[in-house]
Design a protein around this ligand. Structure first.
Ligand code: E4P
Length: 220
């Protein structure tokens, strides 16, 4: 399973690339705002980090757009900035249509804010490259998410669609594992979520014990 970082923080992305063999990045307007930089400045900086790789970076069109034509026009501008950019579009009727138009132009899209398997199915039919079911938001709303992810994967496999499924809005290591057990292609999560997931208190406890034994043992 691929690990994407959900962030627009350049130092975080550099860290995850160096330490974790990061597979890609997803951004959204919240992350861009948190970066403290203008939208175009920060996405150009992220694009430069991945120059010469085939790792995808999802960048989101203006969320105020309700016409697919505007989404397509901005998608074309963004895609021209970096070949790594995948255009993030909302799972709305206009967003689905924009997926199909951008695909005809050879531009990849990531359908975001996906909360139902029916939305995912329509995104697949229209040719989405990535589909991002937001499991953290659904779970916070008291909804069951494992069968939601499984249904999306079953639909994809039943019809041989080639969209890759990014399990998104991931909050902890359990959700990463659940996504992997379901067979999701990708998870995207923040730096702190991965750091916590890669750690276990017993590893530290055990390491300390082994250090004590090591110190009591001659090397030769
Ligand atoms: C995914 O592509 C989204 O950017 C992300 O997972 C949104 O969720 P969050 O901001 O609540 O984590």
């Amino acid at each position: 399973m691929k690990f994407f970082l959900d962030s627009a923080h350049v130092q975080e992305i550099e860290y995850a690339l160096k330490m974790w063999n990061l597979d890609g990045v997803t951004t959204n307007p919240r992350h861009v705002q948190a970066s403290g930089k203008p939208f175009l400045t920060v996405i150009r900086e992220i694009g430069a980090l991945f120059a010469g790789t085939d790792k995808p970076i999802s960048v989101e069109v203006n969320p105020h757009f309700t016409d697919y034509e505007k989404m397509v026009a901005e998608g074309e501008i963004l895609a021209a900035i970096s070949p790594n950019f995948v255009i993030k579009l909302p799972a709305t009727e206009a967003g689905f249509k924009a997926v199909a138009v951008l695909k005809e132009k050879g531009i990849r899209s990531n359908l975001t804010l996906v909360f139902s398997a029916a939305q995912a199915l329509q995104a697949m039919r229209m040719g989405a490259y990535f589909i991002s079911p937001f499991i953290g938001w659904k779970e916070a709303n008291g909804e069951e998410v494992q069968s939601f992810v499984e249904e999306i994967l079953d639909i994809r496999d039943n019809y041989g669609f080639d969209s890759e499924i990014i399990v998104a809005a991931v909050r902890n290591g359990r959700q990463i594992v659940d996504a992997a057990v379901a067979g999701a292609d990708i998870v995207t999560a923040g730096l702190a979520v991965y750091k916590e997931a890669f750690d276990h208190p017993y590893t530290g406890v055990g390491l300390q014990k082994f250090q004590e034994f090591w110190d009591q043992t001659p090397y030769k």
